[in-house]
Design a protein around this ligand. Structure first.
Ligand code: TMP
Length: 237
């Protein structure tokens, strides 16, 4: 499969069309942004970590019965994926309080919830990805009722699988963000990436943050945290 033209360039990835309209090539960059692009930087080696780790995660999830857009890894930074129409929702799953939710509700970080919380954000950079609920998503035509039901079911399933997977690696899966796409036949596929950019990972022993919060909050050891995560995921199983 050959790259043809660049279809889209986001903050962390480029998406290329290929000579087969069913497939795209996702190309991961080292560029990092936070706070909707207000903070900009580079994390050396991030593109490789996020690409390789996402591919390992999608492969693991496929084995567990979750349909994803992943087809095959092409190189350290590039992956062949099924072309999808992205549902314009960011689905956030939270097991432990942190980040924007802790701030919004003025609660401490680190509270373990008795059951996971799912949040939706409208995937729209110009609006700053605002939080919304199912009724908003339906009223705005961002998704259908049956699709939303399936999205919540799949997100719950992915969380159950990933919590066990990371627990075995000595990591607490604090929260993460998923995106879903509609495939050629309308089937919902898990899309985008699963990486330290899109998850919060805390070491179970030391509590050390092993994710993008090290960049967002200027905690240092950013590259080390990304490679530590890739190393642990690569040695799983
Ligand atoms: P938040 O606490 O800032 O809302 O983030 C929740 C989770 O979603 C966290 O694991 C990081 C991830 N996330 C993204 O993947 N993309 C984003 O643009 C934001 C704001 C968060």
């Amino acid at each position: 499969m050959k790259k043809t033209e660049m279809m889209y360039e986001g903050k962390a990835k480029k998406v290329w069309a290929t000579d087969d309209p069913q497939f795209v090539i996702v190309d991961y960059k080292d560029d990092a942004t936070a706070f909707n692009g207000e903070k900009k930087g580079t994390i050396a080696g991030k593109g490789k970590v996020n690409n390789v780790m996402s591919d390992l995660m999608f492969t693991m999830l496929e084995k567990e019965g979750v349909p994803t857009h992943f087809v095959e890894k092409l190189s350290d930074r590039q992956t062949l994926c099924r072309k999808v129409e992205i549902v314009p929702l960011e689905v956030i799953i939270r097991n432990v309080s942190a980040g924007s939710m802790a701030k919004r509700l003025s609660i401490d970080e680190g509270i373990v919830f008795p059951r996971p919380i799912q949040e939706l954000c409208w995937k729209d950079d110009e609006k700053g990805d605002p939080l919304l609920n199912d009724d908003h998503a339906l009223a705005l035509g961002l998704s259908t009722a049956s699709e939303l039901e399936e999205i919540h079911r799949m997100a719950g399933e992915v969380n159950r699988i990933m919590q066990v997977f990371f627990d075995d690696l000595g990591i607490t899966l604090v929260d993460f963000k998923l995106e879903f796409g509609r495939g050629a036949d309308g089937q919902l596929l898990l899309a985008d990436e699963i990486s330290p950019d899109t998850c919060r990972f805390w070491d179970k022993e030391t509590g050390k943050k092993l994710d993008k919060d090290r960049f967002r909050r200027d905690l240092g050891d950013v590259e080390e945290a990304y490679s530590e995560m890739l190393s642990r995921v690569s040695h799983a199983g």
